[in-house]
Ligand binder design. Sequence first.
Ligand SMILES: [Zn+2]
Length: 60
Amino acid sequence: MTTWCENCDRPVDGAVCEVCGESVAAKVREPIPWRWRLFILATIIYVIWRIYQLVSWLSH
Ligand SMILES: [Zn+2]
């Protein structure tokens, strides 16, 4: 598995970058912040609401 060293901007084979010595395998992907999830949820609800309004407006 090839990982990416952000310091050197190059692919690294293994757990440690051989150029800068930075550990690249231990890096855990950060979870999505709850504010971002709330924003996505609000956007989805808004879009559904707009579609509902459009459908009800077209059906009248
Ligand atoms: Zn590096």
